[in-house]
Design a protein around this ligand. Structure first.
Ligand SMILES: Cc1cc2nc3c(=O)[nH]c(=O)nc-3n(C[C@H](O)[C@H](O)[C@H](O)COP(=O)(O)O)c2cc1C
Length: 365
């Protein structure tokens, strides 16, 4: 089995500043239709991900807090509690979530997303909540797996958080709960779970044409159907055109040359997110509100991400085939040694002499 860990360049620099030999392993990006997203504070979720990715092919991205060296458990878990209280007080407000390092993953590439997170006070760890608050809407329609590590508490609160943050995910039949005490024997728990959820890790290229529409600020990815009109549009890309408002539910544009269409084209109701050709006028329609079937309005495809951004498109837009790269610039096989902390809760730098806490154990360095 292939075993790939993908990390963003920025994350690598942050995560590996005290572990220079890890940097040497930076290699080219590999693909796959499964993304594993994890956060780990004391190393248990990292070990789970290490085992998971020895059993399946997946890209892996680690979520990291922007502020390094914090001790979430110090003073009876005071900081961890404070972060969760802020989220609970105002969960719809981005300001309620702790800052994380940028995560530049192109989610549109993946069919499956497996989230691996610690439990904090019977909820999802605040750092992972930030990522899902930012990216959850882009996971609509994707198969979502959830693996939770806790010391002993049950994980229903984490499942609830996940469904709040990724409301339109297509969840696998059950999440996987792994207690800290089970981490050493995690292989069979993971293989049993993978069998139950019947994860499809088929690496075959998705043959559907996908295109990206962007004005630089708002980006929408569409999956096209296989009709002659959709192929005709795809074959004339990339293009730059002016987007226009039409009615109260459409953004439209006119390609420089006519889109050709034949009898195979499909008419039908157009929910928000539908991409269509209005053949009498030759314009492409991006619906952000629903429309009924109309003669000569041919469906070209549907948005697979960014539907909420369609109504904000303005000015010149670029329409181009979707770049199939992951958006992850480099990957490394990370050190599996968890960070070591001094007794005052800061990360022990390389060469530190004294007692450190590593993976929950005190060690004299
Ligand atoms: C701030 C904080 C709060 C926690 N709250 C709980 C809890 O309520 N119940 C529990 O069983 N474990 C709790 N834990 C323990 C973690 O869930 C557990 O150690 C997990 O395996 C950590 O995963 P990690 O090593 O990947 O960070 C908490 C840990 C932290 C840091």
């Amino acid at each position: 089995m292939r075993h790939f860990f993908l990390f963003l360049t920025g994350l690598i620099l942050a995560a590996c500043s005290s572990d220079s030999d890890v940097m040497a392993e930076t290699q080219a990006v590999q693909g796959g239709n499964t993304l594993v997203v994890f956060y780990s504070y004391t190393g248990n979720c990292r070990k789970i991900v290490d085992e998971l990715t020895s059993q399946i092919t997946a890209d892996v991205v680690e979520i990291q807090p922007a502020e390094k060296g914090l001790s979430y458990e110090a003073n009876n878990y005071a900081l961890g509690t404070k972060l969760l209280n802020a989220i609970n007080a105002d969960p719809d407000n981005a300001q309620s979530y702790p800052a994380i390092d940028p995560v530049d993953v192109q989610l549109s590439k993946y069919k499956n997303v497996i989230i691996v997170t610690p439990l904090w006070w019977s909820q999802m760890a605040a750092i992972m909540q930030t990522y899902l608050f930012n990216a959850g809407s882009q996971m609509a329609g994707k198969n979502i797996g959830l693996i939770v590590s806790s010391a002993s508490s049950g994980i229903s609160g984490v499942v609830k958080d996940c469904k709040r943050l990724v409301p339109d995910g297509n969840y696998f039949s059950e999440p996987l709960w792994i207690r800290s005490s089970q981490v050493k024997n995690v292989a069979s728990l993971i293989s049993g779970w993978l069998q139950k959820i019947n994860l499809n890790i088929d690496d075959e290229e998705d043959e559907n044409m996908k295109i990206k529409v962007s004005d630089g600020t708002n980006t929408i990815v569409y999956e096209l159907n296989t009709t002659s009109a959709a192929k005709s549009l795809y074959n004339m890309l990339p293009m730059e055109v002016e987007v226009q408002n039409y009615s109260n539910n459409e953004k439209i544009f006119y390609p420089a040359t006519d889109i050709s269409y034949a009898a195979d084209c499909i008419e039908g109701d157009c929910p928000a997110g539908t991409l269509a050709l209005f053949s009498p006028w030759g314009n492409v329609v991006m619906f952000y509100g629903p429309a009924s079937r109309y003669s000569g309005l041919y469906i070209l495809g549907k948005a697979i991400s960014g539907t909420d951004h369609i109504k904000n498109l303005s000015g010149t837009i670029t329409v181009e085939p979707l770049d199939n790269s992951t958006g992850i610039r480099a990957y490394v096989k990370p050190s599996l040694n968890p960070a070591e902390y001094t007794l005052s809760g800061t990360i022990a730098q390389k060469g530190y002499k004294g007692i450190v806490v590593s993976d929950g154990k005190k060690i004299l360095r």
